[in-house]
Design a protein around this ligand. Structure first.
Ligand code: C2E
Ligand code: MG
Ligand code: MG
Length: 233
């Protein structure tokens, strides 16, 4: 679980579940090395369901103001059962729906199917949040923002890492923050590694931040107890 902090106060607002596989011979494996394979061989639905159930159960033990973000593969949205899987994970864990957010990428929306739109509306109707992950890297994210019930935009880490290096990154990042604010969505900056990037993002009014500077992903049983505050704000 990697912390998501309120950039204005430094307080932890939630954690994103990031899957790891402790392979008996190869050691800990990162998702990029096995999620694409799981998608290819048809195991992503069962893995996705496991992640959701497991993470909701852990999050139900956290302080009530702390949310849980779970990544979902585009393929899970082709499974007609996803709504039930979400409902079941919430019911089994007792986690309040408003404490869960699903992170999806634009790939989910590319086929513009009515089925996906209805599914997103139904998930949203439960009270669960929907975040657009890796924002800015796809094709036509802007029309998706208008047509689907997103509650959060996560600015892709490539833009954050480019701050101070790529002359245009500042313009892009501040435009996304303004856009999110106008649409009433939370904006999260991913990939914050440098103190000057954190300061800049806070100064221009970015709501939430995530990155190695703030904290790396750690196992659930090592999360700080109580209402922790980090000394980064
Ligand atoms: P993501 O959802 O965009 O997650 C953010 C990734 O950026 C994570 O990599 C995180 O460790 C990394 N990160 C966070 N802060 C920093 C930083 O300051 N600098 C840098 N360089 N990287 C940072 P991770 O854990 O390797 O996950 C990679 C991707 O795998 C995720 O990208 C997500 O798309 C996918 N993924 C992770 N867990 C799951 C899961 O349970 N299900 C599915 N379907 N996909 C998952
Ligand atoms: Mg994510
Ligand atoms: Mg991302």
């Amino acid at each position: 679980y990697q912390p998501l902090i309120d950039l204005a106060t430094g307080g932890v607002e939630g954690y994103e579940a990031l899957l790891r596989w402790n392979h008996p011979e190869r050691g800990p494996l990162y998702p990029d090395s096995f999620i694409p394979l799981a998608e290819e061989i048809g195991l992503i639905d069962v893995i996705g369901q496991y992640v959701l159930q497991f993470a909701c159960r852990e999050a139900a033990t956290w302080p009530r103001h702390v949310k849980l973000a779970v990544n979902a593969s585009p393929l899970q949205f082709r499974n007609g059962n996803l709504l039930n899987i979400v409902v079941q994970a919430l019911a089994m864990s007792g986690l309040e729906p408003a404490r869960l957010e699903l992170e999806i990428t634009e790939a989910v929306l590319m086929d513009r199917s009515a089925q996906v739109a209805t599914l997103l509306d139904n998930i949203r109707a439960l009270g669960v949040g929907i975040s657009m992950d890796d924002f800015g890297t796809g094709y036509s994210s802007l029309s998706y923002l208008m047509n689907y019930p997103f509650t959060k935009i996560k600015i892709d880490k490539s833009f954050i890492m480019g701050l101070g290096r790529e002359p245009n990154s500042k313009a892009v990042v501040s435009a996304i923050i303004g856009l999110g604010r106008s649409l009433g969505m939370t904006v999260t900056a991913e990939g914050i590694e440098m103190p000057e990037h954190l300061d800049y993002l806070r100064d221009i009014g970015c709501g939430q931040g995530q990155g190695y500077l703030i904290g790396r992903a750690i196992p659930g049983d090592q999360l700080p107890q109580e209402d922790e505050r980090r000394n980064v704000a």
